[in-house]
Design a protein around this ligand. Structure first.
Ligand code: FAD
Length: 324
């Protein structure tokens, strides 16, 4: 008899989906062959409710944030590993244009309830968070290795449903050739720096996220169209300049660099659900820069579909790209 669900890829998408299936009592196997490039290994794990040069509130954040918080907190309690940390973002204005955009959006109430106190140099964003992604991947992989749910590889034909969560490697599946995939390479640098507040992300074009008392990550670059995951000197220089501008006189030293490839879709929404005409194939992908926020909602959609045939929300369904 065919086994139940095979999840291909244990990045953020596959991990979150597998945990949701486990909680729902749905039998699964998850495989990961360590194929590069991945995004999760380079990601800082930040949820920032207001982002970008135009100071845009993340789409559907009021719905997604409580789902994400409950999901990661459940996982950390069950596995006994700290994963979720509430943070604040100190958004520093890059120029007068941003100052003006903030003033008008704030006056119209567009940034509520996330924009807090402001002054001439910037404003505070509340209800941000950081998920410790390396700890998430390690703890769940250890858990599933022990329970026999994790394998380095598996034969897909032995499963009644294959859910592809392979990030940028999705292009190998011609069945999803109708999806207009877009890619964006991203880099971060690791720095040694003392005295940062552990619960504050600094943000001006790039961000600095503290990881402890004397380490931080600075990121992330956006290089649309690139799918190679080799750290570059140009990326390092760009991030060093940004770190210097945010840290002022505070000295720092670069201790490492990582690179990953994000998958995006033109409408800036992720994609999840069964293939429109190959029902034993599905996916979760296109998480862009907001994977931590979106992944639990997408996993919830899969559980509802598998348990009670509930259709996927149309904004994220694979069907939206399949044409008439
Ligand atoms: C520099 C950078 C910083 C980022 N920072 C943030 C952030 O702060 N907050 C945030 O929310 N998002 C951030 N992101 C985005 C985030 O990383 C992604 O949204 C998310 O990690 C995507 O996860 P994924 O599981 O879809 O893909 P991936 O992480 O790429 O995982 C795919 C997995 O599939 C495996 N795989 C591939 N092919 C196969 C195969 N044939 N068989 C088996 N396994 C396979 C790979 O080994 C990999 O483990 C960042 C991205 C980058 C690049």
């Amino acid at each position: 008899m065919a086994e139940a669900v095979l999840i291909v890829g244990q990045g953020l998408a596959g991990t979150v989906l597998a945990w949701a299936l486990e909680r729902a009592g749905i039998t699964f196997v998850i495989v990961d062959g360590g194929q590069a490039p991945t995004a999760t290994a380079a990601a800082a794990g930040i949820i920032n409710p207001i982002t970008g040069r135009r100071l845009v509130k993340s789409s559907q954040i009021e719905t997604l944030l409580p789902i994400a918080r409950a999901f990661y907190q459940d996982l950390e309690t069950a596995l006994g590993v700290p994963l979720w940390r509430e943070m604040r973002v100190r958004r520093l204005f890059a120029d007068d244009h941003e100052r003006t955009v903030f003033a008008s959006k704030q006056a119209r109430g567009e940034l509520a309830p996330f924009a807090a106190e402001s002054d001439d140099s910037g404003f505070w964003i509340k209800d941000a968070a950081r998920v410790d992604l390396p700890a998430l991947i390690l703890a769940t992989r250890t858990h599933w290795r022990q329970s026999g749910h994790w394998r380095p590889q598996a034969t897909e034909s032995a499963f009644s449903l294959v859910i592809d969560c392979s990030g940028a490697a999705i292009t190998r599946r011609s069945e999803f050739g109708f999806v207009p995939w877009e890619f964006s390479r991203g880099e971060i640098i690791e720095v040694a720096v003392a005295g940062l507040s552990p619960d504050v992300v600094l943000n001006r074009r790039h961000w600095i996220v503290p990881l402890g008392t004397d380490t931080a990550w600075v990121g992330a670059t956006h290089q649309p169209g690139l799918t190679t995951a080799d750290p570059s000197l140009a990326g390092r220089r760009e991030l060093e300049r940004s770190a210097r501008s945010m840290l002022g006189q505070r000295p720092f030293a670069v201790t490492g660099q990582r690179c990953g490839v994000r998958v995006n879709l033109p409408d800036k929404h992720p994609i999840a659900g069964p293939h429109p005409s190959v029902p034993r194939l599905g996916l979760v992908n296109g998480l862009g820069s907001k994977g931590v926020l979106w992944a639990p909602f997408l996993a919830q959609q899969w559980v509802a579909y598998l348990l009670s045939d509930t259709p996927f929300v149309s904004k994220i369904a694979a069907l939206r790209w399949a044409g008439p």
